[in-house]
Write a protein that binds this ligand. Structure first.
Ligand code: GLU
Length: 468
């Protein structure tokens, strides 16, 4: 078994002890229900290349199953299963009514042209359709490492070609471009979710005192590993909306540091122009990419891949809070060590659940065939306008044009998506923290998050009944 899957299962076992549930039931929750491994040929230039790919559905206690598709050379069955497993717990924690799944295609996207990537994506989708591993009520993929809205549009188009008569076909995949049945705010969702998680976690004075920090995000220093979709949005939103100071950033080409703070938007523009973050004015080059993980800072955000903090570098980690924006960035051993040291760890299955939460909103939008806010926006606007008119009449005073607009405007889709996401992240954190506070034997957020997930999933199994 791989390190990653082992870590996930170790964490599960640690939490399972606190639930008092039947051993067989726990085993059913833990195991992966189905894995489809496939190999198919794709023409690359004049050659035929055999592509290896997977789709794992970890749990069917709620349907559809849900989870991204990653394109990476490192994809293997154990990794896909571990990621599908995390999806099950992730959905349960944030009350997204899906089972967990994950797909993986063993390719490095950099090695293929756009057309070749399209062929691979379409062929992979055909394989899923053939085995009933995709569909609005069956299994709904989404973006993950190495994929984005472009790939999701190809998946949708392939699905539509085969199942054109299905009125709900657009709900077969999420993370689509907004103009192709997608939803506003899905691209930023995982990063924005990490921001809401951090904001909530840092709002408790008692918890911050234990870390020798003051409450609130403002002024806290942050180091970010990976400026992909998740890392970029976490960093820029934390900077703009939270007042966080980003002092170190690592990307594929290296890592940079500045104690005065790095402007993320400017850095992204610089990278676009120069093809690298290295040499960004006002920053120093760090010796190695991985040094970003051991920077002296308040908040560390590993937003790249799994197994980044291991027994080899865990002793050098100085951050007081670690927000697991990636899936499985800490091995179980590293996690244990850092918890003993007093580090606060926001576990991946909670911390990066913003993506699947907004995917859920997108799926609902597709099934309702209407964008959020369409029915009520103008109605709300008129109602609030009447209210302001009345107050003005009764007081004999008038308010400014800008203030009136602020008070009376109805919600757009993006406002509702962000509000729903914030509500989801806050509620889930309160639930997890509550479990930890109530049970003295549970001393970390990951175990509490697992307990929350296991309790919800077991309750589904028990109320659905298990066949004799
Ligand atoms: N790939 C993302 C994750 O790991 C999103 C999954 C989804 O939206 O279904 O959570």
């Amino acid at each position: 078994m791989s390190n990653f899957l082992e870590s996930v299962n170790q964490n599960f076992d640690k939490a399972a002890k606190h639930t008092g549930l039947n051993k067989g039931l726990l085993e059913q929750i833990k195991v992966c229900n189905s894995v489809y491994q496939m190999r198919f040929p794709v023409k690359v230039g004049k050659e035929y290349k055999v592509i290896e790919a997977y789709r794992a559905q970890h749990s069917h206690h709620r349907l559809p199953t849900k989870g991204g598709i990653r394109f990476s050379q490192k994809v293997n069955q154990d990794e896909v299963v571990a990621l599908a497993t995390l999806m099950t717990y992730k959905c349960a924690i944030v009350d997204v009514p899906f089972g967990g799944a994950k797909g993986g295609v063993m390719i490095s996207a950099r090695d293929f042209t756009e057309k070749e990537l399209e062929n691979i994506t379409r062929r992979y989708t055909m394989e899923l359709i053939r085995k009933n591993f995709i569909g609005p009520g069956t299994d709904v993929p989404a973006p993950d490492y190495g994929t984005g809205s472009r790939e999701m549009a190809w998946i949708l188009d392939t699905y539509l070609t085969m199942k054109g008569g299905d009125i709900d076909a657009a709900a077969c995949v999420t993370g689509k471009p907004v103009h192709q049945y997608g939803i506003q705010g899905r691209t930023e969702a995982t990063g924005r979710g990490v921001f809401y998680a951090l904001k909530e976690a840092c709002s408790y004075e008692d918890d911050m005192k234990e870390l020798k920090l003051t409450a609130g995000l403002k002024g806290k220093t942050m180091a970010v590993q990976g400026l992909g979709n998740v890392g970029y949005y976490t960093a820029t939103i934390s900077q703009k909306e939270g007042g966080v100071k980003i002092i170190a950033v690592a990307e594929y080409e290296g890592a940079i540091y500045s104690e005065n703070g790095i402007d993320i938007e400017k850095l992204m523009k610089y990278r676009k122009k120069k093809g690298s973050i290295m040499g960004f004015p006002g920053t120093k080059k760090m010796k190695s990419r991985k040094d970003v993980l051991t920077v002296d800072c308040d908040i560390l955000v590993p937003a790249a891949l799994e197994n980044q903090i291991t027994k080899d570098n865990m002793k050098k980690v100085k951050a007081k809070i670690i927000a697991e924006a990636a899936n499985g960035p800490l091995t179980a051993t590293a996690s244990e060590y850092l918890l003993k040291k007093g580090t606060m760890i926001l576990p991946d299955m909670y911390c990066n659940a913003g993506g699947v939460t907004v995917s859920y909103f997108e799926w609902l939008k597709n099934l309702s065939h209407m964008r959020f806010g369409r029915m009520e926006k103008r109605f709300d606007q008129a109602k609030y306008g009447n209210m302001v008119d009345l107050v003005e009449r009764l007081t004999g005073k008038t308010i400014g044009k800008k203030e009136r607009q602020l008070i009376t405007s109805g919600a757009d889709e993006i406002d509702l998506v962000r509000s729903g996401l914030e509500e989801t992240m806050i509620t889930a954190y309160k639930e997890i923290r509550g479990i930890m506070k109530r049970k003295k034997s549970i001393t970390d957020l990951r175990t509490a998050a697992f307990v929350s997930a296991i309790n919800k999933i077991s309750s589904d199994y028990l109320s659905l009944g298990i066949w004799p």
